[in-house]
Design a protein around this ligand. Structure first.
Ligand code: ADP
Ligand code: MG
Length: 270
């Protein structure tokens, strides 16, 4: 990895949207994140991959202060997140995670409005709910449904709509589609990537699926033992030379693709 440049402490149009500077977090003797320094340019889609326990979720949670690091700093648009009021910070950042946890007794519209409206306790206007349902490709009449009346994929779409309700510039997604079947996961991944483009978002997405990272991200961070051991584009990852951890992860979809190609070639020709 290239050495990390010093970051501007004031807002800079061409500066990184997110900058980690020497961020560490320990839980007792466990080092969850270990002196991580990295930057994300505005509009970039970063996928974080790595084995379970490598620190992916902890790193993401340091951005919206669900985790307070022991050392280092996280800056958004040049400003240290510790200087931001916690509720305001969280309202300004979209956060989607696995099994999104919709409130079961609230309908879809109320669930979508909960994050952005918690301070005012006012419901989100119907036209805004409709616009958000359009964005995540759900029918507008779902607004009055309860979560139990939705499939897992539809619930995750509501989760994305809820995260977008506060009109965030930055989206944090922690294995957002991890519990879904592969076909639904692929569709949601692709549609989310299109939304990322359309809304000009900066996205950090944790995924255990290297194929998803290769297909949808601009940059891929490979984490191991609390450190970012590779930070490269999908093309660079596929080309190799990003280290043994990256190579091991890329090997899985590559092998699957090779096997499927080989099977196809074995089919009798008409
Ligand atoms: P990942 O998301 O890559 O699976 P995590 O960031 O959740 O990894 O966890 C990194 C390490 O920190 C793991 O060893 C995990 O057990 C530990 N850890 C995470 N959160 C806590 C916590 N709240 N208390 C104690 N240990 C934790
Ligand atoms: Mg995790």
């Amino acid at each position: 990895m290239a050495p990390t440049a010093p970051f501007p402490s004031t807002l800079c149009a061409h500066g990184p949207a997110v900058a980690f500077e020497g961020v560490s977090k320990h839980y007792g003797s466990v080092v969850a994140i270990d002196a991580v320094s990295a930057t994300i340019l505005p509009g970039t889609f970063v996928a974080i991959v790595g084995s379970s326990g490598s620190g992916k979720s902890t790193l993401v949670k340091a951005v919206n202060r669900l985790v307070e690091p022991d050392a280092g700093s996280v800056r958004i648009d040049g400003q240290d997140v510790l200087e931001r009021e916690q509720h305001e910070l969280r309202r300004s950042i979209g956060y989607v995670f696995q099994n999104i946890g919709l409130f079961p007794h609230m309908n879809v519209a109320q669930n979508i409005g909960i994050g952005s409206r918690i301070a005012s306790r006012k419901p989100l206007p119907d036209d805004q709910v409709a616009a958000l349902l359009d964005l995540v490709d759900l029918p507008r009449d779902f607004a009055t449904r309860l979560p139990e009346q939705l499939s897992g994929g539809q619930q995750q779409r509501v989760g994305v709509a809820r995260a977008l309700a506060g009109e965030p510039g930055l989206m944090l997604m922690d294995e957002p589609f991890g519990a879904l079947d592969p076909v639904t996961r692929e569709a949601l991944g692709e549609q989310y990537r299109a939304l990322h483009e359309r809304l000009g978002l900066t996205t950090i997405m944790v995924t255990h699926d290297m194929a998803e990272a290769l297909l949808f991200a601009d940059r891929i961070w490979v984490m191991a033992s609390g450190r970012i051991v590779a930070d490269a584009s999908p093309a660079e990852m596929i080309a190799g030379q990003c280290g043994p951890e990256a190579e091991a992860l890329v090997a899985v979809p590559r092998l699957q693709a090779d096997r499927i190609t080989a099977m196809r070639n074995m089919q009798p020709q008409p």
